[in-house]
Design a protein around this ligand. Structure first.
Ligand SMILES: [Zn+2]
Length: 466
């Protein structure tokens, strides 16, 4: 659509983070210009949303496209991964660029920019994962913030590769505070996991379930607590990624009650899958290996309650797909299975059914946890809401159009689907990114390169659970 073209999304029920109401949405060019009862101007393109909900485009703030890991690479690139994103109602993602020692952050950002540039169908930004927080790296953080990369991630797990030590974490927290940037952590105690994995393998406990059993809940809760205390010590803002269990979420809750600037997300899979998936035979069990691992199902209702309270303020995917052939490398040794699940396309449909239809959260809370709060937390100032002046990132979702999950209808570049055989009760009809139809009833309409890099703003303000 050319600049200034007018589109009216007509007759739908608009859902925002604040509530829902019947309204039309008028788009001019890349922006939303009005929301309410309007008569469509002459020449406007009409998108009929009768019977549908109209949502701000979802934002996935935790993805790993073309991610190098354990000598392999995740199989969705910025083309296929953002097609799948659009098919799942996602109009913006924030992917992790990773410092490749001994290089500094600038070269990592350039490498990830090169992968995404000209390939993406929806908008994208980057977090920067720091693997060596030495003095030049800490200085380089300023250049990242200037380039619109306003969040930094450290791994407290993956000993021997990505793992950071507490001194480096503390120095990074201090530096990020100076810059108004956000420090993110993967919170698991990597030393203890290393001990438990070595012991399990020595005892011949090599199957997929032992991936989860060697990364118990308390190992996550301990690291979560430690990271929160270091944030408290430094006065920095902390964001804990992929919280999986009640014990870890309780540590976030306690820190928030103390007034620490700590916020956190969970991911779709921890709300809908469980440790039992790792007991599936053969490579099927390997498909469910991610870190931290899927947990006992008794965690799911407590996690939903933390989501409702906002202790867990957002829900992402940690999308990091590997094919069966890659997963199968660890059939005889769970520690060799590449970690990650393919989920970027399924978050909205799954959370709609397990959250909204099941009565655990409202549609408005779903929008808040998957779009509005993410935009605010991560400095995506033009995203996350349906309001005049915002980017025209819009999803038309039909809650009464069932759709089977499965490889046949998946845009994810992976040779299985975690929910094959299940049917979602509703489905995405259209996804617009900055006023352009990217996904239209089963088809991708854009060429690679429609998606643009989004520079994110830096100023972290505390948001506490209520
Ligand atoms: Zn991740």
């Amino acid at each position: 659509m050319s600049d200034g073209a007018v589109i009216v999304v007509q007759g739908g029920r608009v859902v925002t983070g604040d509530g829902e109401y019947d309204a039309d949405v008028v788009i001019a060019g890349e922006k939303i210009v009005s929301v309410g009862e309007v008569s469509a101007p002459d020449g406007a393109t009409i998108i009929d949303a009768t019977g549908c909900v109209v949502l701000p485009g979802l934002i996935d703030n935790h993805t790993h496209l073309s991610m190098p890991f354990m000598g392999m690479q995740s199989v969705d690139d910025y083309d296929t991964g953002t097609r799948a994103a659009a098919a799942g109602g996602v109009t913006c993602l924030v992917d992790f660029a990773i410092q490749n020692e001994p290089d500094q952050l600038r070269s990592a950002l350039a490498a990830w920019q090169g992968r995404a540039d000209g390939a993406a169908h929806v908008d994208y930004g980057f977090h920067m994962a720091i693997t060596n927080a030495n003095q030049p790296t800490l200085e380089d953080m300023q250049a990242m913030v200037d380039a619109g990369v306003s969040s930094f991630k450290l791994f407290m797990a993956y000993k021997g590769s990505l793992m950071t030590r507490d001194d480096a974490l503390t120095a990074t927290l201090e530096r990020a505070r100076e810059l108004g940037a956000l420090t993110m952590v993967h919170a698991e105690n990597g030393d203890v996991i290393d001990l438990l994995v070595t012991r399990a393998l020595a005892q011949g406990n090599t199957s997929s379930i032992h991936h989860a059993l060697t990364r118990p809940e308390l190992v996550e809760a301990e690291a979560t607590s430690r990271a929160a205390r270091l944030a408290e010590l430094t006065g920095a803002s902390l964001f804990v990624v992929h919280v999986t269990c009640a014990a870890a979420a309780a540590e976030i809750d306690a820190a928030q009650q103390r007034g620490v600037n700590v916020s956190a997300e969970t991911c779709t899979q921890y709300l809908v899958n469980s440790i039992d998936d790792l007991r599936r035979p053969g490579v099927e069990g390997c498909r469910y290996i991610c870190s931290p691992p899927l947990r006992d199902a008794s965690n799911q209702e407590p996690l939903w309650a933390f989501v409702r309270r906002g202790v867990l303020e957002s829900i992402s995917t940690d999308h990091c797909p590997f094919n069966d052939e890659q997963k199968a490398r660890g059939l005889d040794d769970f520690s060799l299975v590449p970690n990650g699940l393919p989920l970027i396309q399924h978050r909205l449909a799954k959370l709609w059914d397990e959250g909204v239809v099941a009565g655990r959260i409202t549609a408005s809370e779903l929008v808040d946890r998957t779009s509005t709060t993410i935009a605010r937390r991560f400095g995506l100032d033009a995203k996350g809401s349906i309001a005049p002046g915002k980017d025209a990132d819009i999803v038309v979702f039909d809650p009464n159009a069932p759709k089977p999950y499965g490889v046949a209808s998946s845009f994810m570049n992976v040779d299985y689907d975690l929910y094959e055989g299940e049917t979602a009760s509703g489905s995405v009809r259209h996804t617009l990114c900055r006023g352009t139809m990217v996904y239209d009833r089963g088809e991708i309409r854009t060429a690679p390169g429609h998606g643009r890099y989004v520079a994110r703003s830096a100023s972290q303000t505390p948001v506490f659970a209520t």
